[in-house]
Design a protein around this ligand. Structure first.
Ligand SMILES: *[C@@H]1O[C@H](CO)[C@@H](O)[C@H](O)[C@H]1NC(C)=O
Length: 203
């Protein structure tokens, strides 16, 4: 009987612990959604394109929570996906008929430059995921170098669409997509700089 009641007591305590941790986690999740969107808004206000920053990242608030590291990572990831899909779109466009040779050539160059940008952004995400206290500064240096290089590649690509070689509507559409990627990249760089100056760097 004594053994039984101590078992029941243990079960009762376990149940209490389970309930209280469930209540804690659900109220923490509620707080996080609101404070996360606030955190994203505040962090985005330091970037060059704050509205684009907020609209592209607030949909990932449950992943980002209030972590500068996860915010920088999400910004890189959004930029990477956008660069990949635009590269695919341009590649498909360049294979359609009625493209002039100069247009095809500008598009091929652009696909190559976007490919380099995708590489640099991917390397940056990979290196950030291996951040340690001991190599933090060299990691940040590498990531800043690669993301800046991605920005240069994107500018080179959009410059290829700046001349008169191409049909107006098509040129405007493609150029708009690339400008958007460059703005996302610039924002990601600003958020990486925020993360680099955060006292809880690895958090
Ligand atoms: C990046 O985004 C894709 C969806 O766009 C998602 O499937 C993937 O898990 C994300 N990766 C990281 C490391 O956040």
């Amino acid at each position: 009987m004594a053994a039984l009641s101590s078992n029941s007591l243990a079960e009762f305590l376990l149940l209490l612990i389970a309930i209280s941790s469930y209540l804690n986690s659900s109220s923490a999740a509620r707080v996080t959604t609101k404070s996360s969107t606030e955190f994203i808004r505040t962090s985005c206000s330091t970037t060059t394109y704050p509205r684009l920053c907020y609209t592209s990242l607030s949909i990932h608030s449950s992943t980002i929570q209030t972590s500068p590291k996860l915010l920088a990572n999400a910004a890189l990831n959004v930029t990477l996906s956008s660069a990949k899909s635009t590269s695919t779109m341009i590649s498909t466009l360049s294979q359609t008929h009625r493209m002039k040779p100069r247009e095809v050539s500008a598009m091929k160059d652009c696909v190559e430059e976007l490919g380099d940008a995708v590489n640099e952004l991917g390397k940056s995400m990979d290196e950030m995921s291996h951040a340690r206290q001991s190599n933090f500064q060299s990691m940040i240096d590498d990531v800043q170098t690669w993301v800046s290089a991605a920005l240069t590649d994107e500018s080179t690509c959009s410059d290829g669409f700046a001349g008169n070689a191409m049909n107006g509507n098509l040129k405007t559409a493609v150029r708009g997509r690339i400008v958007n990627i460059a703005q996302l990249t610039s924002n990601a760089l600003a958020l990486i700089n925020n993360y680099a100056s955060d006292p809880e760097m690895l958090g």
